[in-house]
Design a protein around this ligand. Structure first.
Ligand SMILES: [Zn+2]
Length: 253
């Protein structure tokens, strides 16, 4: 089966780009068995975000919020990076090997699967589910234990730890946001992969890129608010679409 035309355009864009920025969302990890939030089977169909992913929810019922994160940590712990993660590692290797080549991966995912796959220049816009932060002294640490012990986890100062993720109503980490905005402004190609492009301010990064004359490519099964602005739209799941690119770039005998 030959590649659809849009994917052909994407290949052409990729081969001429020097500075690539990729913004990923939950759709990239879906094929690894990590549930998305807004899709047809998304978590927010079954759970209310305001009960589980806000500072108010944690203040009200920290144990409930921790049970939800412990469940997700377990799912992610069992998951493996998929073809989409691997394709982005290969793309980074290819671009970074070029003189002046620059590759930046901006992710809204907190699962760490990009890093596990081998991506190096990753900016985590929404934090990490594997990091714990003290609610009193702000000390932060990495903890990959599944299950967590003690539960809920506590800081050496005895206060409760919270998941090191960005909740609704919280600002993005300043340093990561500044780095992401700069990378977007400098990109000549900006790929938006597996995200509904609805959650601000991450959703404004493609617009920053576009204003600075980057080509914009969207890879997503469904239309998003960005679709009309994109120079190329590939309707498909991330693993499938990026997986095809991997096959297409394999040397032919
Ligand atoms: Zn503390």
């Amino acid at each position: 089966m030959s590649l659809p035309t849009e994917a052909g355009d994407l290949e052409a864009f990729l081969s001429s780009a020097k500075s690539i920025c990729v913004l990923t969302g939950a759709g990239v990890s879906q094929e690894s068995g990590v549930p998305t939030f807004r899709g047809a089977d998304g978590l927010w169909r079954k759970f209310r975000a305001e009960d589980l992913a806000t500072p108010e929810a944690f203040a009200r019922d920290p144990l409930l919020v921790w049970e939800w994160y412990a469940w997700r940590r377990e799912l992610i712990h069992r998951a493996q990076p998929n073809a989409a993660h691997m394709a982005l590692v290969e793309l980074e290797d290819r671009i970074a090997a070029q003189p002046g080549g620059r590759f930046t991966l901006l992710t809204q995912n907190v699962d760490g699967l990009h890093e596990r796959a081998g991506s190096r220049n990753v900016i985590r816009l929404h934090g990490s589910i594997w990091r714990l932060r003290c609610t009193r002294c702000d000390t932060e640490r990495e903890d990959r234990a599944v299950p967590l012990d003690p539960f809920p986890p506590r800081c050496a100062c005895s206060a409760l730890l919270r998941p090191g993720v960005v909740w609704f109503g919280e600002p993005l980490p300043e340093r990561e946001w500044a780095q992401a905005a700069q990378a977007a402004a400098q990109a000549d190609l900006f790929l938006v992969v597996g995200t509904s492009a609805l959650v601000q301010p991450a959703a404004s990064l493609p617009l920053i890129a576009k204003q600075n004359r980057a080509r914009l490519v969207e890879i997503n099964p469904d239309p998003t608010p960005l679709s009309d602005l994109a120079d190329c739209v590939v309707r498909g799941k991330a693993a499938e679409t990026l997986g095809k690119l991997r096959k297409a770039s394999e040397p032919r005998p």
